[in-house]
Design a protein. Structure first.
Length: 187
């Protein structure tokens, strides 16, 4: 399979999916989810992108990001993934989580400093070209834990922008809400 093209268009929202290496459910650990949230906040300030929506699942994350006009989405995601990986892998080493580290060990070590990998190498980037598609992707990510049979309602999953949109709960992370002209998810 060839390399997926990434298009950076001015004011374009990107639907990003990035998976954990070997689909290991590392984000079942709340502390690691909090690291993701902290790093999103940090890089959001550094790159001044808008965070429209997010979802942290046990083995992957989804982001709806609108970078500023001159910013490359690949640079944002590269730096975000690298920073999250370094912090979590260092924490696993400090906490002697040998089993988890073993599952993140690369089969072909590239260098002394790159023995483990938290993420699969690439990420999926889908450009959002319409308001309808933006709502569709937002609904998709918010219902992800329900489809995965992890919770019965999107509001039960704490690492999701669903709570920002429908419960006015910005306690985990503030987002750049879009105006919801209709709410297909709210029951």
């Amino acid at each position: 399979m060839g390399k997926q093209r990434v298009y950076t268009l001015p004011n374009q929202v990107h639907f990003i999916t990035t998976n954990v290496f070997q689909r290991i459910p590392i984000f079942s650990n709340v502390d690691y989810c909090k690291i993701v949230i902290q790093k999103i906040n940090f890089y959001r300030k550094r790159y001044t992108f808008k965070l429209i929506g997010y979802m942290i699942m046990p083995d992957h994350i989804h982001l709806l990001i609108q970078p500023p006009e001159k910013q490359n989405i690949s640079s944002i995601i590269r730096d975000l993934k690298r920073s999250i990986a370094m912090e979590i892998i260092n924490r696993l080493k400090r906490e002697n989580k040998a089993g988890l580290l073993k599952s993140l060990k690369l089969p072909n070590v590239r260098s002394k400093n790159h023995t483990f990998s938290l993420w699969q190498r690439r990420f999926i980037d889908f450009n959002i070209f319409s308001e309808k598609k933006l709502y569709e992707k937002l609904e998709y990510i918010h219902n992800n834990p329900v489809r995965g049979k992890l919770v019965s309602s999107p509001s039960d999953w704490i690492f999701s922008s669903y709570r920002n949109y429908f419960e006015e709960d910005d306690s985990m992370i503030a987002i750049d809400k879009i105006a919801m002209t209709y709410s297909p998810m709210k029951k």
